[in-house]
Structures are given as C-alpha cells and as structure tokens.
Design a binder for this molecule. Structure first.
Ligand code: A2P
Length: 340
C-alpha cells in the first residue's frame, strides 16, 4: 500500500521548484512525447468546437483532450482533418480521448475505441484513458448513461484489470499509442499499475493551486506515470454546468481571484490564469485548460515567457486552500471511493 507523509513531499517539491526546467513535452513510459500544454474541451459546445480547435492548432497547441461524453469528438475530428489538409502533420499531434463510464466493461472497450476513431477521423488515438473508476449502464443508443425509474444513473460492476486488458489489446491492435486513467485515486492507480502488462502512462485528475494532489503526484513520480491536470484554472464555469446538467450544487473555489495569484500576476504583467498555468507547468505537470474563446485560448498559451521565481512558487504552493478546493465533491463520485 502506498504511504508517504504529505509534509515531506511538500519540502521535496519546494526544493525542486527553482531548478525545474520548463519543457514543452515530457516522455511517457510508452516512449511517446506528451505535450505539456493542451486544449481541454469539457463543456465546449459542439458548435464552438471547430473554431476553438482550429484556433488552438494555429497558435501551436499540439495536444487536444476530449471524451465521448463531451459531445464534441466529431467536430474535433473535422478541425483536425482540415488542419491536416492544410499541411499539418498528424504525427505532431497528440489526441486524448476516453472510455466512457457507460462503456466501462471489458466487452465494450473495442467498440468505444472504434466509435472514437470514427468520430475523430483518425486511425490511431495517442492516449486512451479509462475516464472514471466506476461503470454505469448505457442507454439504448449507447451514447449516455441509462436512468433508472428514480431518474438516477444505474451503477454496474467494475473490474479495472479486466477492462485494462482490453485497453492493452487496443495498443496491440495498433489503434492506441499510450494508455492511462482519469479520476482514479492513489489506491486504485497503484493496484492497476501492478496488475497491468502495459503500464498506465498518464493519470489525469483535477489539479490546480487549490487541489495540488501531493499524494497522487508522489505515487505517479514513483511509478513513472505522468500527471495531466484537468481544470487547471479551477473550472470557474463548473458550478453552472453541474447545476444545469445534473441539478447538483457544486462548490467552486474562485482561483482566478485569489489575492496571492492576482498580486503575482500584476507584478509579472500577466493574468491570473497565466500564473496558475505556469505554476503547474514549472513542475512539469501537463495542463489542459478549457477555453472556447479564441482570445483566452491564445492567452493560455502565452505563458512560456513568464518564469515564476522560487518565492512566487512558494507563495502559490502554500495558498491556504492548497489541497481542499475540489469542485468535484459530487455524491456519485464520493460513493464510488474516488475522493482521497
Ligand atoms: P471560456 O471557455 O469562455 O474561455 P478549467 O480549464 O480550469 O476547467 O477552466 C475552464 C473555464 O475557465 C471555462 O469556463 C473558460 O471559459 C474559462 N477560462 C479559460 N481560460 C481562461 C482565462 N485565461 N481567463 C479566464 N477564464 C478562462
């Protein structure tokens, strides 16, 4: 079982801050390069997606993150296709998509990989993640979770290792390059690692200055698994999203207005969003900020000239809320043991 004291980890990380070089990509244990900056597309509406992805590709983003339940894989495929027709090279791109909760069964893996390949108009996926550690029953169209008589999703049995074996089969089939998981906790990730033949290359989790995930990061470093931070800005629109989509009240911390972050941003002539991204990038954590707004897509990439010194890093690292600010404290995740 993985155990490590949190305070020891903090000191170790602080010591590394100033020495850490900023790299554009990191090598995965699969041998492939993961670009550290990517475009997140959770909550990007289908009609906004093409412009967002084309803007990002034009600026120089080479990592695009999606999932079937974001309902925008097709539009991402169209944008990529047009970019390639205009001279872009497929091999320079890194596309991540995920096995949906309603396909989280060994027998369904191949089917959902094929669906994503068709939607994205690609003949391989760079990174395929198990999206959640739990499984839900699919609806008739196999495009959403089914709802029971009480209007709630229906949990199915989940066996991570059996699902993973079928994910490994997709690598052996040549249609997926690297594998990983999302939203797993440290116990689930460690267990999966030791039960795998092809090890997970990536753990994608909610990670930002208010939820720094020290235990997960230590485990990932120990197992040579790279960390991708979703919601690196703290997902300011999540409250509205969860309320509208699920009728749930999520508590969303306001990172972009944190006084410490705002003060550092002022000193550096940068925006709070750029400081929050640099804080993670300087620790070699890959980030996938979501934006459907071309100006903000540009802003989020205009960070590599802004190096945070040791003092800035420490101030951000030791924010009062540094480990507790998850907006993802949703009952269905907690019931499944996701929260650590
Ligand atoms: P928009 O798509 O209108 O730009 P996260 O990646 O942490 O989940 O945050 C995504 C949210 O933050 C979206 O609502 C997005 O809105 C907004 N956002 C993205 N980039 C910025 C930025 N540079 N400044 C302020 N808000 C941003």
């Amino acid at each position: 079982m993985f155990t490590r004291s949190l305070s020891f980890l903090s000191q170790e990380l602080v010591a590394k801050f100033s020495a850490q070089a900023i790299m554009n990509s990191v090598k995965l244990n699969s041998g492939y390069e993961l670009p550290l900056l990517g475009l997140g597309t959770w909550q990007t509406k289908p009609e906004q997606t093409k412009v967002a992805v084309k803007t990002a590709l034009k600026i120089g983003y080479r990592h695009i993150d999606t999932a079937p339940n974001y309902n925008n894989e097709k539009e991402i495929g169209e944008a990529i296709n047009e970019w390639i027709n205009d001279g872009g090279k497929r091999e320079e791109l890194f596309v991540t998509t995920k096995l949906p909760t309603y396909g989280n069964r060994p027998d369904d893996v191949c089917k959902y990989v094929n669906k994503s390949l068709a939607n994205l108009k690609l003949d391989y996926i760079d990174l395929y993640l198990m999206h959640m550690p739990f499984s839900l029953c699919p609806d008739e169209k196999e495009m959403n979770p089914a709802l029971g008589g009480d209007g709630r999703v229906i949990l199915d049995k989940t066996n991570h290792i059996d699902i993973w074996k079928q994910m490994e089969a997709q690598v052996n089939r040549g249609v997926v390059k690297s594998l990983g998981v999302s939203n797993f906790n440290v116990i689930q990730l460690e267990k999966l690692f030791y039960g795998s033949v092809i090890h997970p290359s990536v753990i994608q989790v909610e990670l930002h200055a208010y939820l720094q995930q020290p235990e997960m990061r230590y485990l990932a470093e120990t197992l040579n698994i790279k960390v991708v931070a979703y919601s690196p800005l703290g997902s300011p629109a999540a409250k509205k999203h969860f309320a509208e989509k699920y009728g749930l009240q999520a508590e969303v911390a306001d990172l972009l207005n944190d006084p410490v972050v705002v003060e550092i941003a002022k000193c550096k002539n940068k925006t709070p969003a750029q400081i929050l991204l640099m804080f993670l990038l300087q620790q070699c954590i890959a980030v996938i900020p979501k934006s459907a707004n071309p100006e903000r897509i540009k802003e989020n990439a205009d960070v590599f000239d802004c190096y945070l010194n040791e003092e800035d890093m420490k101030k951000t690292h030791f924010l009062k809320q540094r480990t507790k600010g998850s907006y993802n404290k949703l009952p269905f995740l907690e019931r499944c043991g996701r929260s650590s």
